[in-house]
Design a protein around this ligand. Structure first.
Ligand code: AKB
Length: 336
């Protein structure tokens, strides 16, 4: 008999740390896949750690042979800035990797006869606004508006949302006896800010980078303009959203991709909160025009009403409490 487990890909990334810690509390065994080894503090929380790429079908075959997977959190991805330097690799990891895993989930479901719950972090990068005037005019946008991403990462995320919806609702619809076994559910994360982990290769990274640099007493050069405004949320709320969506009754869900947000500060407002908390923090502003054009194409706010109505999404932290109650105390402790 194979052991029923939860599979987390990209487990060594910024979301993986908090997710594994929370999942460990449920008592359900966890199996992870990542190119990088898990932080030692996480290694002891998981049943098995596979080191390798989600694009490696033989690796997934090894997981399939040993474990019975019925819940997947697919976090592995190349983020927006890094994907612009290696777009073909980004497509291979972000799209081919996700398709490989969706097919793996379908086969797992056929093998054990149950549905496989597939949680997928999409992104605000799935949107694409043509200019700052439009960004200011449209303000808070809904899921089905402005789905015209301007980055390879955003294209990848939007397409994988549709791939997941296909597996969940239309899998081999013309075949005589095919049954879709994948219950695909995704959230469009805004920029995420963690007190514990740092992102790598994202364009919203200026927020966590600024906070952690100030806490370490290091100068930071912010690569976006002070007036840059995009949606963000604190990492604990992001983890809760994934776990709450996983628990939601399928009949309550009207969508397979949901907007999420908690607050939309400007980079200047983030700066002001950072230097108020860490007076030694020194921030210089040197705009990277290419990275600026990416965040300028993302909306300043998103409408998360569907997530709130369908499965009770309700972030705990707003901008001020994210700093006062989560980031400042925990970041101070981290660098004490
Ligand atoms: C990135 O900046 O690429 C990610 C994202 C907003 O999806 N953090």
């Amino acid at each position: 008999m194979r052991t029923p487990v939860t599979l987390v890909t990209g487990a060594s990334g910024e979301i993986g740390h908090g997710l594994i810690t929370r999942l460990a509390g449920t008592g359900r065994p966890i199996v992870t896949i990542d190119l990088a080894p898990l932080d030692p503090s996480l290694h002891r929380l998981v049943l098995r750690e596979f080191t390798g790429s989600i694009t490696d079908s033989t690796l997934l075959e090894r997981v399939l042979a040993e474990f019975e997977v019925d819940l997947i959190f697919h976090l592995a991805a190349l983020l927006s800035t890094r994907a612009e330097f290696t777009p073909i690799t980004a497509h291979h990891v972000n799209v081919d990797g996700t398709l490989t895993l969706l097919e793996f989930a379908q086969r797992e479901g056929e093998s054990h006869g149950r549905t496989v719950l597939f949680l997928y972090p999409s992104s605000v990068a799935a949107y694409g606004l043509p200019d700052l005037q439009t960004k200011a005019r449209v303000g808070r946008i809904r899921e089905d508006e402005w789905n015209t991403p301007r980055t390879m990462y955003g294209c990848n995320k939007l397409y994988c949302e549709h791939l997941g919806r296909y597996y969940a609702r239309f899998y081999k619809q013309l075949a005589a006896h095919a049954t879709g076994r994948v219950d695909f559910r995704s959230v469009r994360f805004p920029g995420l800010i963690s007190a514990v982990t740092m992102p790598a290769g994202g364009t919203s990274d200026y927020a966590p980078e600024m906070i952690h640099a100030a806490a370490r007493g290091e100068p930071y050069t912010c690569f976006v303009r002070p007036d840059t405004r995009i949606p963000f949320m604190a990492m604990p709320d992001a983890i809760s959203a994934l776990l709450d969506l996983a628990k939601a009754p399928r009949e309550n869900l009207t969508r397979t991709a949901y907007n999420l947000t908690a607050f939309s500060p400007t980079a200047q407002e983030i700066h002001d909160a950072v230097v108020a908390a860490f007076p030694g923090g020194v921030v210089q502003w040197t705009t990277d025009e290419k990275r600026q054009s990416i965040v300028d194409s993302w909306p300043q706010d998103v409408d998360d009403g569907a997530a709130r109505r369908d499965w009770g999404f309700a972030p705990v932290y707003d901008f001020s409490s994210a700093f006062e109650k989560y980031l400042i105390p925990n970041v101070r402790e981290r660098y004490r």
